[in-house]
Design a protein around this ligand. Structure first.
Ligand code: SAM
Length: 506
């Protein structure tokens, strides 16, 4: 361990970085995954600390899941020499981390001494969630902190996990440690208090984070957001392939007119691109789920206006998007490699091919059919026209949404089955009108939809809920789009040309 007793001309971020690298070497890989121990480099920490606005006066700072204290150190660097006093509270469960944390905090204390800033510190070696819930449940609870800086652990909390029970005590439902940490910290923050966090981007949309988004948007203004242009950039040394986002919130403040969105290739990039976006475009009031839409430049803004401004929801079109009902491993005994008597087509993502369905595929990795019997009857839909999309796209694929049309003439059957890694569009349980389906399929495969989807969605998964929240052209426009595309030469140029022609002329 680095022995730090005296720091001539102390560079606190450097001290924290040395501690981080030493701690990293000692981490048990299994425990690391369990505790989500991916730590901030000095560049990431400085980026976070740089977002605070109110740097003078007294700071009551919380760093929940503090690791070796890199974020607290960057905060101290940021507010000195303006600050008067810093009361620092670090929560850290791991005793191994705490060894290094003490060293970083010693550096913070020395820096404050040099700058004539009063310094108080407290390390709480307990589970932050349980501890925060106890505090928040006290009768006489009053908010404690006016600054929070966080890089919390990222890990799913199971529906029956103890954390869930704890969180429910303070009326908060959430399925990930990171949203639990940020949510509880917001609750511990005073009105006017600032919070800066780096977390995965997944909370910006999707139903799993509805409560968390509500907690943020009902209690705080979102003032600044920073995104990295590459999925690897925030924690590149740790090989974390996660789209991360950094944000600055102020508790109890009404939303500002605009949100400042910055983007850079990595945290070390000295000249991030700055783009100011009206709050109403970041969180569109038309969207009841209040997705947070991160628009980083003029082109994205135009796409958001064009795609987000389309007139129809799926409900308006009388269409629904659902996840395929067949989970292959749950119905193993009814799967059939070949299409045999008594079976029906079972469509997997691998059957989707350039706008159409290629079926059956001889010697494919997946079965081609499902036996039609009493046990499988409720997994089937009436044979007819549907639009299918893949739920997962491979990284190398050009588009996130890949759609194909399934048509009834594929086999002489009454019913058909769609596998769970596909989504299918239907007319409220019935097949779609052919012309409408063609247009819908073309629209979903367009560059416009792809770019819009990427703005909303950090991950490569496309769920039925994501498809439900997209905006769509009118029925007439979809039919016109479908008519203008030749499915025999189904290529991107043709698709985008037709989309442009129909939607721009409207
Ligand atoms: C993603 S790391 C970040 C560390 C540090 N904030 C940084 O940015 O370098 C999360 C930290 O939270 C700690 N941690 C995990 N679960 C915790 C819990 N329930 N209570 C307190 N700390 C926890 C881990 O040991 C880990 O050090």
């Amino acid at each position: 361990m680095t022995e730090v007793t005296q720091y001539p001309q102390l560079d606190l971020n450097y001290v924290a970085d040395c501690n981080r690298l030493e701690a990293n070497d000692k981490l048990d890989e299994k425990l690391r995954g369990k505790l989500g121990q991916f730590m901030s480099s000095s560049a990431v920490s400085t980026l976070l600390a740089g977002m605070f606005e109110n740097v003078s006066g007294d700071h009551r700072l919380i760093d929940a899941g503090a690791g070796v204290g890199s974020l607290t150190a960057a905060f101290v660097e940021r507010v000195q020499p303006h600050a008067n006093k810093i009361d620092s509270v670090c929560y850290e469960l791991s005793s191994m981390m705490n060894h290094y944390l003490s060293d970083t905090l010693k550096g913070c204390s020395d820096t404050c001494k040099e700058s004539d800033i009063q310094w108080e510190q407290r390390v709480i070696e307990e589970d932050f969630i349980a501890h925060a819930v106890t505090l928040l449940s006290e009768k006489e609870f009053s908010p404690i902190y006016n600054k929070a800086i966080l890089n919390p652990p990222y890990l799913k909390i199971s529906a029956k996990g103890v954390e869930r029970t704890e969180l429910r005590k303070v009326g908060f439902e959430t399925g990930n440690l990171y949203s639990a940490f940020v949510g509880l910290t917001i609750k511990l923050l005073e009105e006017g208090g600032e919070l800066v966090a780096i977390t995965p981007r997944s909370f910006c949309n999707g139903p799993y984070f509805n409560d968390f988004r509500k907690l943020i948007l009902d209690n705080c203004s979102i003032n600044k957001i920073h995104v990295f242009n590459s999925r690897k950039s925030a924690f590149k040394a740790d090989k974390v392939l996660q789209e991360n986002v950094v944000y600055h919130l102020t508790k109890g403040e009404p939303q500002r007119e605009t949100v400042v969105i910055t983007s850079s290739s990595c945290a070390e990039d000295p000249t991030p691109y700055v783009f100011e976006v009206p709050f109403s475009e970041v969180v569109n009031s038309n969207n009841p789920d209040r997705f947070i839409h991160i628009i980083t430049n003029e082109e994205e803004k135009n796409i958001a206006i064009k795609a987000g401004g389309l007139p129809c929801s799926l409900v308006d079109l009388g269409i629904q998007a659902s996840t395929g009902k067949v989970v292959d491993f749950r119905t193993r005994e009814h799967l059939s490699k070949e299409f045999i008597t008594g079976s029906v087509p079972l469509i997997f993502p691998l059957h989707l091919n350039n706008g159409s369905i290629e079926w059956p595929i001889p010697n494919a990795k997946k079965p081609n059919a499902l036996l039609n019997n009493e046990d499988t009857a409720n997994l089937m839909v009436k044979n007819g026209t549907y639009v299918l999309t893949r739920r997962l796209s491979a990284k190398e694929e050009k588009r996130r949404i890949i759609a194909s049309i399934y048509t009834a003439d594929i086999a002489d059957v009454e019913v058909v089955a769609f596998e769970n890694k596909t989504n299918y569009f239907h007319a409220l349980g019935k097949p779609l009108d052919d012309e409408l389906a063609k247009g819908l399929c073309v629209f979903l495969n367009s560059t416009l939809v792809d770019k819009y989807f990427r703005q909303m969605n950090g991950h490569t998964q496309v769920n039925a809920t994501d498809l439900r929240t997209l905006r769509y052209p009118t029925r007439e426009h979809l039919i016109s789009i479908g008519k203008q595309v030749d499915f025999n030469i189904f290529n991107q140029d043709q698709i985008d040309l037709v989309i442009d022609r129909v939607l721009c002329d409207s």
